[in-house]
Design a protein around this ligand. Structure first.
Ligand code: FE
Ligand code: CA
Length: 542
């Protein structure tokens, strides 16, 4: 049922990412580790000063290839990066691993054929953590390749990048919202082909909906095939379904990722421990804790595992950076927020009810608000990025709030954030947003829409595959929001950002038809440029 067969995919431009993939039953023998010792050679001339090492592969009996979920890496700084995999010979049925700890070897090379292994070691995969592996490895700045080895199996090869502190240019992706049932993942294939320096994933990595029907009238192109997950094993199986797909494996292996979550990693539009449907309140905190653990197990994040305790916070907001070029605050707009106001009625054109305007309302919670103030503009970088979930530019129509789930529904909290940016005169602030399944460019003001000073430019990425939520007929209305510079509601895709010290350029990549697996076309819809020191967005780069 794969839209693109592995064999077809291997012929694509991203083939190098999966060249050593042991998932392929037809894989060449050279992709299987020799018993005891991997194919690390000491004869090749190292192209770096690093030492060539030989890896001893842990010997363990496994019921099948454990590397069905691919590999990824994430959260690099200037000397380390996290490399990730999860062992799952039976990925859709709990993983299929023995109930013991399993040792896994990892290797780093400066070439994708691993002719020279420059670093290697071991990590322990435990049943309590779904046999996931999160290993922080030390690396000099540059491009590196990594893989894992256990028993008779070698993982696919991942490419990762550790930035130079003095980096002056980068290309990176923002993406979000990859509903498996709604569409195919040409966008991921395109991301892999672009070979960006990194991906910032803004949430909705999975969708929690049950098994949708795939009748022609349904609009679904494929089905989750299983009921809505509510416990750890079911969430693991849902992540495994998504991570089993070759397009996502290719983009995940192409470069390091910086991942935050949105709502569907637990449940649509939940807020703190309040579910969308009040009928689900009993046990929701425990469900959320299990969902959070499954998220951690499947993400290449530099975070400790959550406790699993329903009463505990699980802090994922954090500060990353890409050398001295980009400071990147990665935020969590779901765990600490007040419930959506005024019944969360969408596209309501009546004046907002008083609840939405209450001054104590919060999107981030007090501690995270303090984190933003201590991070954004304080990292000594040319650009100051706020990577987060919901639209911060005003989408209000007069007194009406058309989407209470976005920052408009938390206007006091937005006001505190923008007042802080204004008071500290934070330069070159850029908000990167997902969630809304539409592409847009806006400006964030410290005060009244259309009037108050601009404190940040906002680039909203459309969804990888999730259906649009805003009727196409309303595109003109959305473009009419006074603080929205441009919007595109029809297509799926992502944003490819090219940033230098002098200029930010955002290329909006759109998938021609995400419902059609036979149409691989991805094009650039529009390019937007912002110069250092300016908040003017130039459409078309002109
Ligand atoms: Fe979404
Ligand atoms: Ca969402």
């Amino acid at each position: 049922m794969q839209p693109i067969s592995r064999r077809t995919f291997l012929a694509s431009s991203a083939a190098v990412m999966l060249a050593a993939c042991s998932n392929d039953q037809q894989a060449a023998p050279s992709t299987t580790a020799p018993s005891g010792t991997a194919a690390a050679t000491t004869a090749a001339t190292p192209t770096t000063a690093a030492t060539t090492t030989t890896t001893t592969v842990p010997q363990v009996e496994l019921p099948g290839d454990p590397f069905t979920l691919g590999v990824s890496s994430g959260d690099p700084d200037v000397s380390t990066v996290v490399i990730w995999t999860r062992l799952a010979p039976d990925p859709l049925n709990g993983g299929g691993m023995p109930g013991d700890d399993v040792e896994v070897a990892w290797e780093i090379s400066d070439t994708d054929d691993f002719a020279t292994v420059v670093n290697s070691g071991r990590a322990t995969a435990t049943p309590a953590h779904g046999h996931s592996v999160h290993k922080v490895v030390e690396l000099a700045p540059g491009t590196w390749f990594y893989r894992f080895l256990v028993g008779d199996y070698v993982s696919p090869v991942g490419r990762t990048i550790v930035p130079e502190a003095g980096v002056t240019e980068t290309r990176f992706v923002t993406a979000s919202c990859q509903n498996f049932e709604d569409g195919y993942w040409q966008a991921h294939t395109d991301i892999a082909a672009q070979q960006p320096d990194f991906v910032v994933f803004l949430g909705d990595f999975i969708y929690e909906g049950g098994a949708g029907d795939v009748s022609p009238e349904s609009g679904n192109v494929r089905s989750h095939g299983t009921p809505e997950p509510t416990d750890l094993v079911a969430y693991r199986n849902r992540y495994a379904l998504y991570r089993s797909q070759p397009e996502l494996q290719a983009s995940s292996a192409a470069c390091p990722w910086m991942v935050i979550w949105d709502d569907h990693e637990v449940e649509n539009n939940y807020a703190s421990t309040i579910p969308q449907d009040p009928a689900d309140t009993a046990g929701f905190a425990a469900r959320r804790a299990e969902a959070y653990q499954a998220w951690w197990e499947h993400m290449p994040v530099r975070l400790d595992a959550p406790t699993g305790n329903a009463d505990d916070e699980y802090r994922i907001y954090r500060a990353n950076r890409w050398g001295e070029l980009l400071g990147i605050a990665l935020l969590d707009g779901r765990q600490y927020r007040d419930d959506q106001a005024c019944g969360d009625v969408p596209l309501n054109l009546e004046p907002a009810c008083p609840e939405a305007l209450e001054p104590q309302r919060t999107m981030l919670g007090a501690d995270q608000e303090a984190f933003v103030a201590a991070t954004v503009g304080q990292q000594g970088t040319a650009w100051n990025v706020i990577a987060q979930q919901t639209v911060m530019s005003s989408l209000q129509l007069g007194e009406a709030i058309v989407n209470y789930d976005q920052w408009d529904g938390y206007s006091a909290a937005r006001g505190r954030l923008t007042a802080d940016l204004a008071a500290r005169q934070v330069p070159n602030a850029v908000v990167l947003t997902g969630d809304i399944h539409a592409a847009g460019v806006g400006v964030v003001r410290n005060g009244a829409p259309g009037e108050a000073p601009i404190v940040a430019v906002e680039f909203v990425a459309t969804s990888i595959s999730s259906n649009g939520n805003i009727p196409e007929e309303l595109e003109g209305a959305v473009q009419g929001f006074v603080d929205i510079i441009d919007a595109e509601l029809v297509h799926r895709g992502y944003i490819l950002h090219t940033v230098t010290t002098d200029q930010w350029r955002a290329d909006y990549r759109i998938v021609t038809d995400a419902k059609n697996p036979d149409n691989p076309e991805v094009t650039t819809y529009q390019t937007y440029v912002v110069d250092n020191g300016s908040t003017e967005v130039r459409i078309g780069g002109q």
